[in-house]
Design a protein around this ligand. Structure first.
Ligand code: SF4
Length: 225
């Protein structure tokens, strides 16, 4: 259990320190799949630049990606970090999958029951359960608290749930611990996802978290040990 600080109060403390994170420049299922795959192990700024170039130079429809020259796709992929060749193939695979398995329209899968929608989204490279849930959240389809690794780490350290032997079990433990405190509102949950991610990237880092600068350290389980 956390040491008495509610999920909402934790988020308010983080927002006071970090400010409100900017909205992602994508709100469609395909846009989010491309967003996840256009860059690898690079900064948010570089990812945004690579996505902006994809949008301007190639387009983000499956048809435009399949019609693009290898040179244009390579220029986009190169901006998104290493290894660009593999990412060119990934972008083409994504476009082919949308055309062949979704009849050119990935957005229709958002209407499916939750488990089927997640199964459909997980057909794409780099999209597992957390990624599929993130797409369902950021398209404002389902009010689910999707967590990526930074957010999960912050909540575990803070005291929500218990670290388990595998990532999926830790994820379930955190979700179970905060379930009763979550708003039924996609926009509020998007804010939570972004703030937790930002805090994990900037202060609550994997190695050597900067607890001395943390706005919620007084109530954090990890910092009190
Ligand atoms: S006090 Fe340290 S461990 Fe706890 S949330 Fe802040 S940075 Fe993370």
């Amino acid at each position: 259990m956390s040491r008495g600080l509610s999920f909402a109060t934790l988020l308010d403390g983080l927002e006071k320190h970090h400010g409100r994170p900017p909205a992602l420049p994508v709100t469609t299922a395909l846009g989010l799949v491309l967003w996840e795959n256009v860059a690898y192990l690079t900064s948010d700024k570089k990812r945004a630049q690579a996505f902006a170039m994809l949008k301007e130079r190639v387009g983000t429809s499956p048809e435009s990606i399949l019609a693009a020259s290898r040179e244009d796709l390579f220029a986009v992929a190169e901006l998104g970090g290493m290894p660009p060749e593999r990412r060119v193939s990934t972008l083409i695979t994504i476009a082919e999958t949308v055309m062949e398995e979704f009849d050119g329209n990935l957005e229709a899968c958002l209407e499916l029951p939750l488990s089927s929608a997640k199964r459909a989204l997980k057909k794409f490279p780099g999209i597992g359960d957390p990624g599929a849930e993130k797409i369902l959240l950021f398209t404002e389809t389902r009010p689910i608290l999707a967590l990526e690794s930074n957010g999960l780490r912050v909540l575990l350290r803070f005291g929500f749930g218990e670290e388990q032997k595998d990532y999926a079990a830790s994820y379930r433990s955190v979700r179970a611990a905060i379930e009763g405190q979550l708003p039924d509102d996609c926009r509020k949950l998007i804010r939570a996802h972004q703030l937790l991610r930002l805090h994990g990237k900037e202060l609550c880092k994997n190695t050597r978290p900067a607890c001395e600068a943390c706005p919620v350290r007084a109530r954090c389980r990890f910092a009190s040990h």
